[in-house]
Ligand binder design. Structure first.
Ligand SMILES: [Ca+2]
Ligand SMILES: [Ca+2]
Ligand SMILES: [Ca+2]
Ligand SMILES: [Ca+2]
Ligand SMILES: [Zn+2]
Length: 369
């Protein structure tokens, strides 16, 4: 287990990515980690890995999204050392939040590392021989697709699933998205000059603004996010995609929308999630689940809600051991309890893995690579 932890943890430190324009490239093995893959390129990368290691891998579609995209799972199992279901299963996924794109690269890095180091590195060879790995690099396939295809904001968008929803209860669904008015590919805050505004130009960088101190003369006022009132109801950008949060829609401790924002109308409303759930239920050998998210340097375990009792002491001993290894291997990451140290989540995926499927479950929140 210590070796596995090292690999999962080293993913984060080992690869160095920068957010940049997509450079067209032929995807081949070993995979490159110098730019982010679009949804289609993730699929190509999985196919390339499968072609390079057909004996060790299985690539299958485990679900279909609202917009008809496929959710892929790559299984790594060495048939020469036993069948898949008789080995302990390690489940890893990423990008359940569509905008948290580096989670998928992290999952691909794990696959790439396990396969290219098999037969070279003794620890990895042993892991691959002893375990079955199930890796789903992109859970929210529609969110990832739109993250690359559409204009984006630093604040929101593409996190949830594309289940249409009437956010402002006017009988129309998803009728007023933000609009990229200047066509630069970003949805930004708009400003205009106004001597009564609360902001002035930052003396250190004229591209930025700082808030005026009391008595200081203002220069700028903020006008909100880029956009127009597409449906003419007097409100701007009030109803964009969704919002159903793929990580609030699972069948353990699910709570309706008035308790948990993003819950959806019922557990497993997300079409892709239904397929994924059925796939996971067919793998009773899964004993560890790891869900990759972004931002914050956290390795989180449940419980995900306060009302839930603490896990049994024997389990906590295992979590604490793994958590300590995580902190040792990953500088600046902290092993934390999700309800207490981050926030409560109802209908959480990892909690469903723990309570309904008997896995040790973690979410890890990675910094941008
Ligand atoms: Ca509406
Ligand atoms: Ca813009
Ligand atoms: Ca409107
Ligand atoms: Ca709009
Ligand atoms: Zn997330």
């Amino acid at each position: 287990m210590n070796n596995l932890m090292s690999i999962i943890m080293s993913l984060v430190v080992a690869s160095s990515l920068t957010a940049q324009e997509q450079v067209p490239q032929k995807i081949s093995v070993p995979l490159r980690f110098d730019n982010y893959y679009t949804y289609e390129q993730v699929v190509e990368a999985l196919q390339a890995l499968h072609q390079a290691y057909p004996k060790l891998t299985k690539l299958e579609v485990v679900g279909t999204s609202e917009e008809g995209r496929s959710l892929y799972c790559m299984t790594i199992c060495n048939p020469a050392t036993g069948t898949e279901l008789e080995k302990p299963g390690i489940y890893v996924d990423g990008n359940i939040h569509g905008n948290e794109i580096q989670a998928a690269e992290t999952a691909l890095y794990l696959l790439n590392n396990l396969l290219t180091e098999y037969g070279q590195n003794t620890d990895i060879t042993q892991l691959v021989d002893r375990l079955s790995f199930y890796v789903v690099p992109v859970v929210n396939v529609d969110g990832r697709y739109h993250f690359f295809a559409d204009a984006n904001s630093a604040y929101f968008g593409n996190r949830g699933l594309r289940v249409p929803r009437d956010d402002d209860h006017d009988g129309l669904v998803d009728e007023d998205f933000p609009d990229d008015l200047d066509g630069d590919g970003n949805i930004c805050m708009m400003r205009r000059r106004n001597p009564f505004g609360r902001y002035k130009t930052d003396p250190e960088d004229p591209r930025l603004m700082v808030e005026c101190k009391t008595g200081e003369k203002g220069e700028w006022e903020l006008l909100g996010m880029e956009g127009i009132d597409n449906d003419g109801d007097g409100q701007i950008n009030e109803d964009s995609e969704g919002y159903l949060d793929g990580n609030r829609n699972w069948g353990y401790a699910w709570m309706p929308e008035y308790v948990q924002s993003g819950a959806g109308d019922f557990p497993l409303q997300g079409k892709g999630l239904q397929g994924l759930a059925a796939f996971i239920r067919s793998k009773p050998n899964i004993c560890v689940a790891w869900a990759f998210h972004n931002y914050g340097g956290m390795v989180l375990r449940g419980p995900s809600t306060k009302a839930q009792a603490e896990y049994p002491p024997n389990d906590i001993a295992v979590y604490d051991y793994l958590g300590k290894q995580a902190e040792r291997i990953l500088p600046d990451y902290h092993y934390l309890i999700s309800w207490k140290d981050l926030y409560q989540t109802y209908g959480d995926f990892v909690e469903w893995m723990v309570m309904m499927n008997g896995a040790y479950g973690f979410s890890s929140l990675h910094y941008l690579l």
